[in-house]
Design a protein around this ligand. Structure first.
Ligand SMILES: Cc1cc2ncn([C@H]3O[C@H](COP(=O)(O)O)[C@@H](O)[C@H]3O)c2cc1C
Ligand SMILES: O=C(O)c1cccnc1
Length: 356
């Protein structure tokens, strides 16, 4: 099977490179940073972030980042019936209702930092008919198949999830997003995330599988075996990034990958979150080489696969707080620092202005 353009009609064909931010602007941002009224390099990583903000905005000095929009894609995972999570599947739908009520962890952080949160059901097992139909507008299927036994999605479902992810990015960009956040919700989702990372990097399950919501040692051994079984089942079909998503992902992870690829193609920067968001980013980089230049890593989660994938993408996390929540929470927590970095580059005095 190949990943022809027909599998993602609203995205450029898989493998189409993403243009990097304008090197002249990167240079201009570095030059301005070097001229600020600080000792050379004194802003540390905030200085690097400031250059990224300016480069991805295409403006030196950068504009204040006012419109930050987080999208939380929700879905269930067939593997969660096979002992891979410390929590039951019923949590997924309950948490979607909690996002809608504005009471999830990410909702609280987002309110604090003026970030909008949009939650969408891409593949939750419950029908969630009590919620606003807009939440279910892009639903691809109820749940996904257990990846160690079967492909997560049919080819048609994968195609739809890919189109939907790109469409959601387009909608958020049209709504004026200057910065996007990719979040996720779904019990069991750290298992397909680990599988996507292992398959993308050619690593064994053992290297990337973590405890997720907190499985014990026996649970971790079992979860690792499930991820390895999934990798062995799919074999070299995973050489193709679209098949990787279809066979080892889920509707929400597939849509996350194309959401990210689309944002990068459109030149809109994104803050990545934990292992699910970063697994999707790794596949987005395969779909759209160069996409990672448009991403910043919000935080380092405790999942080993996330750290490995971030390194591969060349991204160093803004925060390292031992968080392992997902939902976009670690990304939203980093937003104030990203905003501050841009403002420093825009509003600080230049050393040349201080001295006669
Ligand atoms: C109450 C609750 C809220 C959450 N919010 C995000 N997750 C996170 O934990 C789950 C992934 O871990 P695993 O693969 O071990 O199931 C996902 O739902 C993820 O979004 C939550 C998990 C729970 C229990
Ligand atoms: O890294 C994450 O995002 C994560 C870790 C554990 C559970 N849910 C999410």
């Amino acid at each position: 099977m190949t990943s022809g353009p027909d599998l993602a009609p609203t995205l450029p064909p898989a493998g189409t490179p993403v243009p990097a931010p304008d090197p002249a602007l990167v240079e201009a941002a570095r030059e301005r940073l070097g001229g600020l009224a600080t000792p050379a390099g004194a802003l540390g990583r905030l200085g690097d972030l400031a250059v990224w903000v300016a480069a991805t905005q295409g403006a030196v000095p950068p504009a204040p980042i006012e419109r930050v929009r987080a999208v939380v894609l929700a879905g269930d995972h067939g593997v969660s019936d096979h002992g891979v999570s410390a929590y039951p599947k019923a949590i997924t739908g309950a948490m979607v209702r909690t996002f809608v009520a504005g009471r999830a962890g990410v909702s609280v952080l987002a309110r604090q930092h003026g970030v909008t949160v949009r939650v969408l059901d891409l593949g939750v097992e419950e029908d969630l008919a009590d919620l606003d139909p807009a939440v279910r507008e892009f639903k691809v299927r109820a749940g996904s198949a257990p990846i160690h036994l079967q492909d997560a999605l049919t080819v048609g479902e994968a195609r739809r999830a890919m189109a939907v992810g790109a469409m959601i990015a387009d909608q958020e960009i049209a709504a004026g997003a200057q910065l996007l956040v990719s979040g996720d919700m779904g019990i069991g989702n750290t298992t397909p995330a680990a599988a996507l990372i292992a398959a993308s990097l050619g690593l064994p399950a053992e290297a990337v599988t973590g405890r997720g919501t907190g499985v014990d040692d026996a649970g971790l051994a079992h979860k690792t075996a499930i991820v390895q079984q999934a990798l062995d089942r799919v074999g070299d079909r995973a050489d193709d990034p679209v098949v990787t998503l279809q066979a080892l992902g889920s509707a929400d992870l597939t849509a996350s990958a194309t959401f990210l690829a689309r944002a990068a193609h459109a030149g809109v920067p994104v803050v990545l979150d934990g292992v699910i968001s970063v697994a999707a980013a790794l596949v987005a980089e395969r779909l759209a080489p160069g996409a990672a230049a448009w991403f910043v890593a919000g935080h380092r989660s405790t999942e080993p696969g996330q750290a490995i994938a971030l390194e591969k993408l060349g991204l160093e996390p803004v925060l390292d707080l031992g968080m392992r929540l997902g939902e976009g929470s670690g990304a939203v927590a980093a937003v104030p620092l990203i905003r501050s970095a841009g403002l420093l580059l825009a509003d600080m005095a230049l050393l040349a202005d201080l001295l006669p």
